[in-house]
Design a binder for this molecule. Sequence first.
Ligand SMILES: Nc1nc2c(ncn2[C@@H]2O[C@H](COP(=O)(O)OP(=O)(O)OP(=O)(O)O)[C@@H](O)[C@H]2O)c(=O)[nH]1
Ligand SMILES: [Mg+2]
Length: 459
Amino acid sequence: MTPDWAEPGAKTGRGSGEVAVLAAAPLRDVPQVVVDDHMAELARLADTAGARPATTIVQRIDAPDSATYLRSGKVAQMREAMRKHGATLAIFDEDLSPAQGANLEKALGNRVIDRTELILDIFALRARTWEAKRQVELAQLHYLRPRLRRMWAHLSREGGGIGARGPGEQQLETDRRLIDRRIAKLKRDLASVAASRQTRRRARRGRFNVVLVGYTNAGKSSILRRLSMTKTLVEDRLFATVDSTTRACDLGGPGMAFLTDTVGFIRKLPHHLVASFRATMEEVADADLLLHVIDGSHPRWEDQAETVVETLQATGAGDIPVICVATKSDRLTHREERDAALRARRFGRTVTASTVERGGLEGLKEALRDALRARMVVVRIRFPVSAGALIAEAHRAGEVLGRAFTQDDTELVARIPMPLAGKLAQEPGVVVETLKARPGEHAHEENREKRWEVTASLT
Ligand SMILES: Nc1nc2c(ncn2[C@@H]2O[C@H](COP(=O)(O)OP(=O)(O)OP(=O)(O)O)[C@@H](O)[C@H]2O)c(=O)[nH]1
Ligand SMILES: [Mg+2]
């Protein structure tokens, strides 16, 4: 049976609109605007999880107190604030050690959760797919195992009343064993789908795989929705997307791109947590191109972009080519838009975009077309009649310039991704001949004529 505390939303009493007091202890040299922004973000996270933030307690520190993170005077002040607002939950912007969490709960007389726990709670709330749900549960169990004693304290208090006693060591030990067993089971389950995902990914090889990455709420899903003309969840909430989804996008002309939406990154998200989103990270690792989506209208977008770059580097994806998409340009003046685009260049080649303005994605589409053409070759391919699936694949992934049929085989002249040309050349009975040595040189409109010459000679 799943214990109550592992239920999504259990930490924050989701649905009940539990009143919460937020707390942070920034170092003395952090500018006030940054602190304000961080607290606003924490409030949004709390709200997303279903809590009602009542007030904020901030203490500037040189180093966290090892027992209670904040100094004792501030803890007392916080207790008073919680009483005044009728708050039953304290949310810390920092990661607390199990001991700090336990001490604070004692001192405040209420439940305490930290940033990681809050984010995990939201992930649990948002995960839709079988795999994402298990990934989140695994991350939650890893997080909770060293904190079990505290969790039991919650349960005994909630089950509560006079004479309610915390469970004995024996119960704790049984629980640890149960958790370990569940962790092992989740790992086995996830390993089995990882294998089937790898098979799926192999089938995708040769396609132009583009992965949207970026800070949470930057506008990734909106871009996917507009480019693929399909429904995707878009919300003005943090972590609207937790599962990764792939959609085919017709770029017009050179072929299709396969765009994958991923979970957003956020400041201070422990890297091991990101790594536990294996599906997302494998998508990223496999990408031919990353679109780093930046909310150009956010006052601290540069900090957000830095967080994204750091997370990518920490998870081994720092070398994949990137195009930055400074989006929500409709919220900016022309001058601000130009300025944002210039400054974003330090993160990579930049295009500006808007998903609400007509034509707002034209620059992005053009950049994608260029990137796609740069990895294509024009080839003449002879397929045996039995190779219907491969012919369909060439049509899907590339641009067919001409076609000819004989009794025994089908011949295509097509511009296709280089990896697909390599893959086709290895198929039995398929013959691939490269027509242009340098990919991309014939890709532009002025070469249309040449393109039709090839077609004419074939048909
Ligand atoms: N004005 C404006 N708003 C936008 C634009 N793109 C996205 N938004 C809004 O920004 C919010 C977040 O958009 P999403 O596409 O859900 O962002 P995301 O990056 O997928 O967010 P997560 O999945 O939560 O990480 C939504 O309220 C969107 O309507 C844009 O170009 N202009
Ligand atoms: Mg999203």
